[in-house]
Design a protein around this ligand. Structure first.
Ligand code: PLP
Length: 399
């Protein structure tokens, strides 16, 4: 007897319901168009990216070659090799003010897997996470993919109304956590200590967990980077997520880490175990050298280089009537107001790409507060920034 032919009524040929509201980001649409244009031999001014302008430093690459030569190529403990865990503990104690124990740190496949582990650990189906917008696009999709629901709160409302009113208005019995990302992608905004104290106080009063995405911790130009887990009483309810991607120019290496107390850290370690069974062993040995041998002066040099690029791009955009206000204090993005160009930000981004060969990301990719803005990265050479500004200037003059 032959097997029955599946009919549309046979509904097992489908994704799980968790994927119903999980997108491939809008950024991909722009990126695909950029690839097409470049394949056709066009020059594109690429402000759409999210990667450091410098290459991975040589000592880290050398450490990778050494690890391979020494056959450090077998399974490692899935939560991370002990010397790397020790180096990460030293770092979070010294730089982040988090007195973590080695058992409270897990090495992950980038900040992405740290965040995935955090939400996978925290969320039951239908649990809600307060997500300050503009937010880094994948955060929302990760929350949905792990069964939760992202509840968008405009960061500007926090400034206008205060934390209690802005977050309190979106609180429900299902609210489980708040996602905090400082410095922020896409706005570059750095939350001040007082803002974080207010969020911390709210989290304590409402018994919420904070997931703190600190991917850009080393890129703060004005003010200081404050890890919310270092504030009084916050360690017990904070999952802090870090990455080597931005600080060390290691986006393609796929390594980051999360720091959390029990019971969360066991959940994240389990999530790492059953998704990737850890980070590639030689990558971990190379990351150890990054952590141990990179002097603080390296980050200071990077910051100086980024600051110069930031100031140039902001000045250029302001001159063109695309205001960046307030000037972002961190990360490597600006989020100018482009309402003067007319239309929805997704249309503006496509128009700029097609007519000026300037690639940006539409603000709507970053949640409920993004419309009317574009994200531009200044992790480019100063010359590339000048050429892009010139292309914009000529485009605006033609309109
Ligand atoms: C805000 C933010 N968090 C986390 C990440 C994760 O980066 P990775 O997975 O490369 O560590 C990124 C990368 O763009 C980011 O912008």
């Amino acid at each position: 007897m032959s097997a029955p032919t599946p009919s549309p009524a046979m509904t097992n040929l489908r994704l799980s319901a968790r994927f119903a509201d999980v997108g491939f980001s809008e950024i991909v649409r722009i990126r695909n168009r950029v690839i097409e244009l470049k394949a056709a031999g066009e020059t594109v001014h690429q402000f759409e990216g999210g990667e450091p302008f410098f290459e991975t430093p040589e000592p880290i690459k050398e450490a990778m070659r050494r690890a391979l030569a020494e056959n450090k190529t077998r399974y490692a403990p899935s939560s991370g090799i002990p010397p790397l865990i020790e180096a990460l503990v030293e770092k979070v104690r010294r730089k982040n003010g988090i007195p973590a124990e080695p058992s409270e740190v897990v090495v992950a496949v980038g900040g992405m897997q740290g965040l995935y582990g955090a939400f996978n650990t925290l969320l039951d189906p239908g649990d809600e996470v307060l997500l300050l917008s503009p937010y880094w696009t994948p955060t929302r999709d990760l929350i949905h993919m792990t069964g939760g629901r992202a509840v968008c709160v405009e960061t500007a409302r926090i400034q206008a109304e205060g934390v209690d009113a802005a977050l309190g208005a979106r609180l429900t019995p299902r609210t489980r956590a708040i996602l905090v990302n400082t410095p922020n992608n896409p706005t570059g905004q750095v939350l001040a200590r007082a803002d974080l104290e207010a969020i911390a106080e709210f989290a304590q009063r409402r018994d919420l967990v904070v997931v703190s995405d600190e991917a850009y911790e080393d890129l703060v130009y004005d003010g200081e980077h404050v890890s919310i887990a270092s504030l009084p009483e916050m360690r017990a309810r904070t999952i802090s997520v870090y990455t080597l991607s931005k600080s060390y120019g290691m986006t393609g290496w796929r390594i980051g880490y999360a720091v959390a107390p029990e019971p969360f850290i066991t959940g994240i370690k389990t999530s790492v175990l059953y998704s990737t069974n850890g980070v590639s062993t030689p990558t971990q040995w190379a990351a150890l050298v990054a952590l141990r041998d990179t002097p603080e002066s390296f980050f200071a040099e990077q910051r100086a280089a980024y600051r110069q690029r930031r100031d140039r791009l902001i000045a250029g955009l302001n001159e063109l009537g695309l205001p960046v206000s307030p000037a972002p204090g961190g990360a490597f993005y600006v989020f100018p107001d482009v309402a003067s160009l007319g239309g929805a930000s997704a249309e503006i981004a496509l128009r700029l790409l097609d007519e000026a060969r300037v690639a940006t990301v539409p603000g709507t990719a970053f949640g409920c507060a993004g419309e009317g803005h574009l994200r531009l990265s200044y992790a480019l050479s100063p010359e590339a920034i000048e050429r892009g500004l010139e292309a914009l200037r000529q485009y605006l003059a033609r309109r």
